[in-house]
Design a protein around this ligand. Sequence first.
Ligand code: AHM
Ligand code: MG
Length: 342
Amino acid sequence: MPDLGWNDFDTLESYIANEQRKYPESRGIFADVVRRIGIASKVVAVKVQKAGLLDVLGSHGAHNVQGEEQQKLDVIANEIMKATFEWMPLVAGIATEEEEDYTVYPPKPENEGDRYIILFDPLDGSSNIDANVSVGTIFSIHRVEGGGYRTKLSDFLQPGKSQVAAGYVIYGSSTMFVFSTGFGVHGFTLDPEIGEYVLSHENIRVPDQCTCFSANEANYKKWDEPTQRFADHLRYGDDEIYEITTSRYIGSLVADFHRNLLHGGVFMYPADAQTGKGKLRLLYECAPMAMLMEQAGGMATTGRERIMDIVPTELHQRVPVAFGAVREMEMYEGMVAEADEQ
Ligand code: AHM
Ligand code: MG
């Protein structure tokens, strides 16, 4: 038998199939959804890589529901993701960061049982695209019980802790698919030669060592006192465990999160102290990343509340967020609690 070089590793396909075999009662529906996201992300990856050639860089000239300028690639990635789920009978509906309203897909009579809601940010970090910076797709999956015959807004407004899966795809120097179904976090790297995601990072655990501090430090003056104190402690404090901590901020959540997940560190986008509001969206960014961070052994918090516990009140809700290892997140929550008591 010649050495083909690919007979001894898992692809996303084979991994999902093996996982599914562990649950004989599984109907394979959910596996199908994850598989479809994998395929859609390959299409987006091609578009991102050919962006300069296809003249799709730069602004589309329209604005999304948050009033931000949409980039052409945002629109393309959004269309690709939507097209992926539109025909899937077991997807009850979708909501995307790029559109104000959610979309419901009516069930076919033969589709009994649970269906799924998919929430996604089709191309996060898109303001960086023109500078060839890594961007990503983030997704979050919830179950709608009873076939989703009357799928409604409240089916979309579920807390992060009820996610059945979450993940992201990072379009970087290589393309990686990182996801969790509640049994650890696993990363698959796209092998461009065979066009498959290959298991490269099984059971990712966030390192205890806080190597990076990642935040938009130009906002420092807008942060509240405990957040400033926490950032100062990690960056300049006397604690010797933070001697090697360095600042790293790309401004592209998937890229910043991915680096910290692998190398250890704190990512935060705190509230503006005057408005009390954060920038990142609960449903499309914070909740899915929180599931991954917790599954990797870390924590995700607003400073006062576990991100996974927040019950959304609106589709495009923004919350303050900090992701990191347990020691730093507990320290941050402690500093916030101390300030609240005063
Ligand atoms: P986007 O979804 O419009 O791309 O915005 C989200 C991005 C994140 O990727 C990143 O963490 C953050 O915005 C950066 O914001 P800032 O430029 O304020 O630091
Ligand atoms: Mg985004």
